[in-house]
Design a protein around this ligand. Structure first.
Ligand code: AMP
Length: 232
């Protein structure tokens, strides 16, 4: 939990890249970019939403206690996600660097992360803000589907499967995340504006923010991020 004693990662190597944080509204493509950048640098890809959904799928006590909060599009308690991030970033594959998608989502979480990195004598994080216009966001969220077996992502408007509603690889029926339904999407966008937008100011004021235009294709956005990282 947030106040628990710090986990100390083993002897950090000198040549790691600074921790990267992806910030942006739901539907901005943070998950896609996290996977692309994680692979490009061979660093750990950390998604708090994915870790929480795993807990839900496995029916753990944690998952069961958070299910209704997550499905309605609200944020889960800071102590829960902060603890997940503290443990995950102490694992061996995070020691050369890591990219986080979905954390921090509010200023309290950002301050927790800043303290954690400084207590571990790690470099300060670099936040990458992915901006996408509202129309594009709504299309991405409303059209998003995934295969429940191999987790391949589709979009029925922008990247449809070959056969309607069926996974190209598994042939399974595609599913919609409960929090991609319209009422939950509205709540997630509200949570973003109220809680996460102040995180942008937090990192901007600290000189730790870069902005990326997220309206292009996934490959365009990855290329833009890689250009920024070359200069930082
Ligand atoms: P995501 O996949 O990042 O959109 O996250 C899905 C859901 O998990 C969110 O709507 C929240 O309920 C929860 N969640 C993920 N990350 C956080 C976080 N950093 N703080 C609070 N709740 C989170």
């Amino acid at each position: 939990m947030a106040g628990a004693s710090r986990l100390e990662p083993p002897n950090p190597p000198e040549n790691r890249i600074r921790p990267l944080l992806l910030i942006g509204p739901p539907g901005a493509g943070k998950g896609t970019q996290s996977r692309a950048i994680g692979k490009a640098f061979n660093i750990a890809e950390i998604s708090t939403g994915e870790m929480l959904r795993d807990a839900l799928r496995h029916g753990t006590d944690l998952g069961n206690s958070l299910q209704s909060t997550m499905e309605s599009g609200r944020l889960v308690p800071d102590a829960v996600v902060s603890s997940l991030v503290e443990h995950r970033t102490a694992e061996p594959d995070s020691q050369l660097g890591f990219i986080v998608d979905g954390f921090p989502r509010n200023v309290n979480q950002a301050e927790f992360l800043d303290r954690l990195l400084s207590s571990r004598r790690q470099p300060p994080a670099l936040a990458l803000l992915i901006s996408v216009n509202r129309d594009q966001l709504m299309k991405r969220l409303a059209g998003r589907r995934e295969c429940p077996v191999c987790r391949t992502a589709y979009n029925i408007y922008l990247n449809p499967p070959q056969r309607d509603d069926l996974c190209d690889h598994e042939g399974n029926g595609l599913i919609q995340r409960p929090d991609d339904r319209p009422d939950a999407v509205v709540r997630r966008l509200e949570e973003y504006e109220r809680q996460t937008m102040p995180v942008i100011a937090h990192y901007r004021n600290a000189g730790q923010l870069e902005e990326v235009d997220g309206n292009g294709t996934a490959a365009d956005v990855t290329a833009a991020i890689l250009r920024i990282l070359k200069d930082r």
